[in-house]
Ligand binder design. Structure first.
Ligand code: PHB
Length: 393
């Protein structure tokens, strides 16, 4: 059986669900297909920082749990030479960010869309993209019971993450992928212990970078730079704590609050951008179109920003503007995407050591950090980028 809808959204992560919400508000019939279960997405740990603009967008949609239950952070600490250097976002740019894990953004959107009776098909994989270069594009799907079907639409949106199936429908010769690999990764842990510092601490050290983040009053999220091939099973709690404490140690006596390690994962670093983001009647959004390393906390924010632009552009297109009007989406989103690429790569390089890093290079990085924190212009540059360039046009 072939079904029809106006927009087929592939992927029910934050990007796909936000798009679903915006289409719903505009009265546009659509279907969302997601290969994973709702539970599986909700229990996969992801980054936790929302820019000011992302929070405003969620609140405007009535999704205000972020304000009630998220933690507003008015700054971060950069730590190097064993000392804290606070970057005060509010004083510098009048903005804040919110610590509110991506899984909560997902939960809020999924709950809202379910309440509104959305057609979201969990555990339904897209197995083939059909005729996306014609006027009657579609997808073939298969659900958890092995049933298969065909869904035809006017437009397909690939919001299916970094391992996007949708992206591969773009002809190889028309698709450029810009990729940058980093010679390091993050070892991420969730630990049962109260937070170690009031705000996030981005720490440079001779042994490599560490990030002190938070989750709840009883759990912390911590990361330390590691080799991309590091085996999490080779690290017991004692070894993890010794390494983390060594990376934040300093004359001020700063120490992390310790507790049992509940989860460990290695997060690979990769910057990538796919261009163009439209081919025929298929457009890409979020991680399907670009990925950033986690240092600047930009991934989720970029995905939400993409979708806000896409929904605006779709309004004109669905009202009858020609397909060229869809290219406005790529033109507008790519400025932010490349800005975020630069910001994430810059933060990453400034704070991480590399295997066999020359002594000169490390000293230069520390001088860069010192120049940054001792200059108001430098601190403002970081604050503008971290909070999301809200006051920069
Ligand atoms: C997190 O809390 O998971 C987190 C925070 C900031 C980052 C990356 C991850 O830059």
């Amino acid at each position: 059986m072939t079904e029809r809808t106006r927009v087929a959204v592939i992927g029910a992560g934050p990007a796909g669900l936000l798009l679903s919400q915006l289409l719903h508000e505009r009265g546009v019939d659509h279907v969302v297909l997601e290969s994973r279960s709702r539970e599986e997405i909700h229990t996969t740990h992801r980054a936790g920082i929302l820019e000011a603009g992302s929070v405003r967008a969620l609140v405007e949609l009535g999704l205000d749990r972020v304000i009630r239950e998220g933690d507003r952070h008015d700054g971060i600490d950069l730590r190097f030479d064993g000392e804290m250097h606070r970057i005060d976002f509010r004083e510098l740019v009048g903005e804040s960010v919110w610590l509110y894990p991506q899984t909560e953004v997902f939960a809020d959107l999924a709950a809202r869309r379910t309440e509104q009776g959305a057609d979201i098909r969990w555990q339904t994989s897209v197995v083939e993209i059909l005729d996306h270069d014609g006027a009657n594009p579609g997808v073939r799907w298969r659900d958890a019971e092995g049933r298969e079907g065909e869904l035809r639409a006017e437009l397909l949106v690939g919001a299916d993450g970094s391992r996007s199936i949708a992206r591969h429908a773009f002809p190889e010769q028309l698709r450029r992928t810009w990729v940058h690999e980093y010679p390091y990764a993050w070892f991420g842990v969730i630990v049962e212990a109260p937070r170690s510092a009031p705000e996030l601490v981005y720490a440079e050290s001779e042994r490599g970078f560490a990030l002190v983040s938070q989750r709840t009053p009883t759990h912390q999220r911590l990361y330390f730079q590691c080799d991309p091939d590091e085996d999490p099973d080779a690290w017991d709690d004692a070894r993890i704590w010794t390494e983390l404490q060594a990376r934040v140690a300093g004359p001020d006596g700063f120490r992390l609050a310790e507790g049992p390690v509940e989860e460990k994962t290695v997060l690979r670093f990769r910057s990538s951008v796919v261009e163009p983001v439209r081919h025929g009647r298929l457009v890409l959004a979020g991680d399907a179109a670009h990925t950033v390393p986690p240092t600047g906390a930009k991934g989720l924010n970029l995905a939400l920003a993409d979708v806000l632009i896409l929904a605006e552009v779709l309004e004109g297109w669905l009202a009858g503007a020609g397909d060229d009007a869809l290219d406005e989406y790529g033109r507008r989103s790519s400025r932010r995407v490349w800005r975020a690429q630069n910001f994430s790569a810059w933060m990453s390089r400034m704070l991480h050591t590399t295997p066999d890093e020359p002594g000169f290079e490390r000293r230069r990085r520390i001088a860069e950090l010192r120049t940054l924190v001792e200059s108001e212009a430098g601190r403002r540059y970081l604050a503008e980028g971290y909070t999301g360039w809200e006051n920069v046009r």
